[in-house]
Ligand binder design. Structure first.
Ligand SMILES: [Zn+2]
Ligand SMILES: [Zn+2]
Length: 100
């Protein structure tokens, strides 16, 4: 419980569980550089889109750079419509039909 905040600095939703993201990956010397608090979906998505090397190579080592990235932008637009309580598994609508 060293750094806990319930607002994601990427999508701006509050009431979410956040995790610490090293804006510059530790393996690229980011251990003492700024971090950001991200909700799980945002955090996962960043690492899903980019490897640590790509984050550095493409200069996505600040929050504003990440937020302006086209792929992240469309993700943020989508995640903002998602209530904080529900953790989406995928973009597919969950048609939980057909109970047995
Ligand atoms: Zn978020
Ligand atoms: Zn991270």
């Amino acid at each position: 419980m060293d750094r806990y905040n319930d607002r994601c600095e990427c999508c701006g939703r509050s009431g979410v569980k956040t995790t610490i993201h090293h804006l510059t990956p530790k393996e690229y010397g980011g251990a003492n550089l700024p971090t950001a608090l991200l909700c799980m979906p945002c955090h996962k998505h960043i690492h899903h889109l980019y490897t640590n090397k790509q984050l550095v190579d493409q200069g996505l080592t600040t929050l504003s750079a990440l937020q302006q990235d086209p792929a992240m932008r469309s993700f943020i637009r989508w995640i903002r419509k998602t209530p904080p309580g529900s953790i989406p598994k995928s973009r597919k609508s969950r048609n939980v039909r057909g109970r047995r």
